[in-house]
Design a protein around this ligand. Structure first.
Ligand code: AMP
Ligand code: MG
Length: 539
């Protein structure tokens, strides 16, 4: 019997239409006048499937049973190529922590090709951690189990939260050990290696445009941009003109701004901190991409970053993400400027980003509180007062909003202060002092009045309000310590917790009372534990 893997249809547009690096050998180098280099994954000793996502298999017409196919781990561990695959790594550059870093590129990612599914959609398959490429610089091209578990789980968790993201088909252990100095402190350890197969319509980043522009290769910048408009933005350019105009490039840049604004609002809504928002980690499609030292807010803190590598400047802290995205968009604007040759409309597009982000953030602030719409006259202050309350005591954001959703506005006038606060008390990491208690109670009373007003205006009921809140405030997120527990077990050869988390995070907004334990504050032991509160770029 033939495997469904054999039936995958590849239509590798990028490889076919764009210039390749002529050098066939795999050694580290600068690559000019090309978009990609051909490179094959490095075979591994003993590829074994750890976990797979059947929803992602379905995107490329594979059945859920595909994960038990003996060939699967061989292919997605990088040992076997299927007919039609044309493995390659792309060149890109980027601004890292605010500085131009020159050529980066797919240093440990190898694209296998673009699957064309029965619906005619193209999905690029990409192995992360499948060995060195011409872009690996001084590193090994490999990935360790801990970071691969984190990428696999978070990709899927984000998708189910409704946050645009690259997807993860599979997580395969390599059967080999990888040397890593987790905290760059001179203590390298051998860790199990793993490979994630990522799936996205394209993995193109801002940095792909920056590199051609930085090298003043305007012909290639134009060719690559035209390819991107034609293949990755069919909704924007359905007719696919023979020649794109300045107006087309501007329309496209505006679209990237809109998508990026929406993405930032999603991250802020669910409490996600990417950790390394370098321009090479910004997707042209507005997807969350490159899961490294990311984290989830537990105690609400605008200044929090999970990334120890960024602990000094905190450039990529939670509250700074929308501003950093704007800065990154400005770098992209600089890169594509030669195609547009006019500063003003690019600046206008950056302003449009700001407006769109504000619109989304206000809409989400209202939704998170169960209000039918954001009324700036009232809700600006209501929201700011809440953020001030969060400063008084460490408050778990996820638990707070889910608890708040249960508040019945009719009850509040009959409640004493402490009864008001009892509604959300479970979200506090310590016991509230008198002032904190009074401030929260005051806010809850203000909020209850606002809700009453909203019910009168809209005819909404308490039940409808609660349901709407629970549709935007997740109950289950991939808390850092939960991911770490799954990693610890997986390192010991037990993959059940990876499976279980994947299962729970498929329905993050549902009550799922059987998993109530996963709706809990970070335990005290995890507060300062590596992997739980501190992560680095080492992965
Ligand atoms: P990141 O900050 O993880 O997105 O990575 C920045 C650049 O470093 C990208 O070009 C990556 O491909 C490359 N890189 C990161 N880790 C490795 C590794 N272990 N081997 C080779 N290249 C890597
Ligand atoms: Mg990256």
């Amino acid at each position: 019997m033939t495997s469904p893997l054999q039936e995958l249809v590849f239509d590798n547009r990028l490889v076919r239409e764009l210039p390749a690096d002529p050098e066939p050998d795999n050694y580290r180098r600068q690559v000019a006048n090309a978009v990609y280099s051909r490179v094959t994954p490095t075979p591994v000793a003993n590829p074994q499937l750890i976990a797979g996502a059947s929803e992602v298999a379905a995107l490329i017409d594979l059945p859920p049973t595909i994960f038990t196919d003996p060939q699967f781990a061989q292919v997605f561990g990088g040992n076997t190529l299927l007919a039609g695959m044309e493995p390659h790594a792309c060149v890109y550059g980027g601004h890292q922590f605010g500085n131009w870093a020159g050529q980066l590129g797919d240093g440990r990612a190898i694209n296998l090709g673009e699957v064309k599914n029965r619906r005619g959609e193209h999905w690029t398959l990409q192995l992360k951690g499948a060995g060195p490429t011409p872009y690996s610089r001084t590193a090994d091209g490999l990935a360790v189990l801990r970071s691969s578990v984190r990428e696999f789980l978070c990709s899927e968790a984000m998708y189910h939260l409704g946050v645009p993201t690259t997807r993860a088909l599979s997580l395969v252990s390599s059967g080999e050990l990888v040397r890593r100095d987790m905290f760059y402190d001179g203590n390298p350890q051998l860790e199990p290696g793993a490979i994630v197969c990522r799936v996205a319509p394209t993995f193109t980043r801002f940095g792909n445009f920056e590199i051609f522009s930085a090298r003043n290769d305007i012909a290639l910048l134009k060719q690559f941009t035209n390819f991107t408009l034609r293949t990755d933005f069919p909704d924007l350019f359905p007719a696919s003109p023979a020649e794109f105009t300045r107006a087309d490039y501007l329309r496209w840049f505006n679209e990237i701004g809109m998508r990026t604004a929406q993405l930032m609002a999603h991250w802020m809504r669910v409490g996600f901190v990417h950790g390394v928002m370098n321009t090479d980690n910004m997707s042209i499609l507005g997807l969350t991409i490159d899961y490294g030292p990311y984290g989830w807010l537990e105690g609400y803190d605008q200044d929090w970053t999970p990334n120890t590598t960024d602990a000094q400047g905190r450039r990529y802290r939670y509250g700074n993400q929308p501003r950093v995205a704007l800065w990154n968009l400005a770098q992209l604007a600089n890169a594509i400027y030669p195609l547009i040759d006019d500063v003003e409309p690019l600046q206008a597009a950056l302003e449009n980003y700001r407006v769109e982000y504000e619109r989304c953030a206000q809409r989400d602030a209202a939704a998170k509180l169960g209000l039918s719409q954001f009324d700036p006259a009232r809700d600006q202050a209501l929201n700011e007062n809440l953020l001030q309350c969060f400063q008084l005591i460490e408050t778990d954001m996820t638990i707070f909003y889910r608890k708040l959703a249960q508040l019945n506005a009719d009850d509040i006038p009959h409640y004493a202060d402490n009864q008001c606060v009892d509604i959300v008390r479970e979200s506090f990491y310590s016991s509230a002092d008198e002032n904190t208690e009074a401030q929260f109670a005051g806010w809850i009373r203000q909020y209850a009045q606002r809700l009453q007003q909203d019910y009168v205006l809209t005819g909404n009921t308490h039940e409808q309000k609660t349901a709407r809140m629970n549709a935007v405030n997740p109950k289950y997120v991939l808390r850092n310590y939960l991911a770490q527990q799954a990693i610890d077990k997986a390192t010991a050869g037990d993959y059940s917790e990876v499976e279980k988390l994947l299962h729970i995070l498929r329905n993050p907004y549902d009550e799922q009372p059987e998993y109530q334990d996963y709706f809990a504050k970070r335990p005290d032991w995890a507060r300062h534990k590596a992997g739980c509160s501190m992560l680095s770029c080492s992965s």
